[in-house]
Design a protein around this ligand. Structure first.
Ligand code: HEM
Length: 434
């Protein structure tokens, strides 16, 4: 039996109401537009980013918290109960997370843009409260998970990094008021590693073990190799954080080598899974996923080179771009464009008492083609702008990225609109009682 069959067996019984899941995806699509808009206004600062509170940090966090984290929370809340075969104990905590995260991220990013330190701290604390509530939901579900131990292991590692992120982020924000951290910039760097590779990265790697075989219709990757990759990945993140905080070049080198090893193992498993799959043509979403797989090792190499000062004057910005846009954003948008219609068809099908809904009924994919072209062009131009230290191409990249994000938002809005009750289709039954 393929993983898809076992994954989907009884999945509809563990689906969250569409109104909960899709509010996260809708918010992520809106933040995506906002991130490119603020990037347009801060392009020059961003390509020369070296740290410190500035409007550029606002664009950065609109991207990482607004798009990456919001997508990850929506996907994890929905997919984890299906993957672990344990329904969430209740739905209201997920709604609560939404109502803490979205105002928190909005307040934090607006006040970062206007450099209002007290409001940055308030937004950071609210965001962290949302993240910690989500950590509790995740922990409760993982604790009861019996099947898919590899996914659960990545889930626990992501959870530990999530807690560290939710503590370090506000600590850095409060430090603008208290100035107690003697090495603010060093902690900011460690925070980027723990949040980027630890929290978001572990979730991305873990869910890949379910989603890639599910979409390719192939068996799950070998458990031993997957666990070896997991141990190497966790070791790399922990050592990188220790090495950066302690300024220990030897440890940073070991972490980078270990990280590259973990990535090599992960990608080998993923490519094998694609080759063994019954479905060969995986479409546009997997072009993005494959591009993200190239950016992941490139980000480690760039981070390593930037640490040793060999990545040019804008090395830190290049590292951030490869990690956050090249790897995480490209991967998540690739997966999101696949799971949005997939979840929508499952919801629409259950609303029609099991009659399968077709993806094409829910949304056209032309906006996705426009988005993919814009995303690739914007990313390429940003790399060029950073390497050549020229703001002009970065401004052009932001206009192109903004166009792509609007196309993606249009696609997401269409999928969501397709789920709304119409005179011709019965309303989706919301099991909101819990
Ligand atoms: C509660 C959530 C978060 C808060 C409150 C927060 C806050 C901050 C603050 C205050 C800084 C320091 C800017 C400076 O003074 O240099 C920072 C830097 C940064 N954060 Fe976050 N952050 C959060 C989550 C995240 C997440 C989830 C990611 C990535 C997925 C992330 C990525 C980064 C990056 C890349 C930097 C730049 C580090 C550097 O200067 O090298 N943050 N964050």
């Amino acid at each position: 039996m393929t993983l898809a069959a076992s994954f989907l067996g009884g999945a509809s019984g563990r689906l969250l109401p569409a109104s909960i899941t899709f509010r996260f995806f809708g918010a992520a699509a809106a933040f995506h537009v906002a991130a490119w808009l603020v990037l347009l206004l801060t392009a020059e600062q961003l390509i020369r980013y070296r740290g410190g509170l500035s409007p550029a940090v606002s664009a950065l966090h609109l991207l990482v918290l607004g798009v990456l984290v919001t997508t990850a929370v929506g996907s994890a809340a929905q997919l984890l109960p299906v993957a672990t075969r344990r329904a969430l104990a209740a739905h209201w905590p997920v709604r609560l997370v939404f109502w803490m995260l979205i105002p928190g991220i909005t307040l934090m990013c607006i006040s970062m843009f206007f450099v209002k330190t007290r409001l940055v701290a308030a937004g950071a604390v609210l965001t962290a409260a949302g993240l910690l509530t989500f950590a509790l939901i995740l922990a409760d579900n993982l604790r009861r998970a019996g099947s898919l131990p590899v996914v659960a292991a990545f889930g626990w590692a992501a959870l530990a990094a999530l807690v560290a992120t939710a503590l370090l982020g506000p600590a850095l924000s409060l430090d603008y008021l208290t100035h107690v951290l003697d090495q603010h910039q060093v902690y900011a760097r460690a925070h980027a590693i723990v949040a980027g590779y630890g929290f978001m990265g572990m979730l991305a790697l873990g869910f890949s073990h379910v989603l890639v075989p599910m979409f390719a219709l192939s068996p799950a990757p070998g458990r031993r190799a997957a666990f070896a990759g997991f141990v190497a990945a966790v070791g790399a993140v922990v050592l990188a954080a220790i090495g950066v905080i302690g300024d220990l070049p030897g440890i940073v080198t070991v972490a980078s080598v270990l990280g590259l090893g973990a990535v090599a193992l992960h990608l080998t498993l993923m490519v094998r899974s694609l080759k063994a799959g019954m479905r060969r043509r995986l479409g546009l979403s997997f072009i993005l996923v494959r591009a993200a797989w190239i950016a992941l090792p490139a980000s480690i190499l760039a981070g390593f080179a930037a640490y040793y000062g060999h990545a040019g004057p804008n090395g830190p910005a290049l590292f951030g771009l490869l990690l956050l846009v090249g790897w995480l954003l490209t991967f998540l948008l690739g997966i999101l464009q696949r799971i949005l219609p997939f979840l929508a068809t499952m919801h629409a099908s259950s609303a029609r008492s099991g009659t399968p809904a077709r993806v094409s009924e829910l949304a056209s994919d032309s906006p996705l083609k426009l988005h993919a072209v814009c995303h690739a062009a914007a990313f390429g131009l940003l790399v060029f702008a950073i390497v050549r230290d020229e703001p002009g191409p970065a401004v052009l990249a932001a206009w192109i990225g903004l166009t792509g994000s609007l196309a993606f938002a249009f696609f997401a809005a269409n999928v969501i609109r397709g789920l709304l009750p119409s005179p011709h289709t019965p309303a989706i039954s919301h099991q909101d009682a819990r």
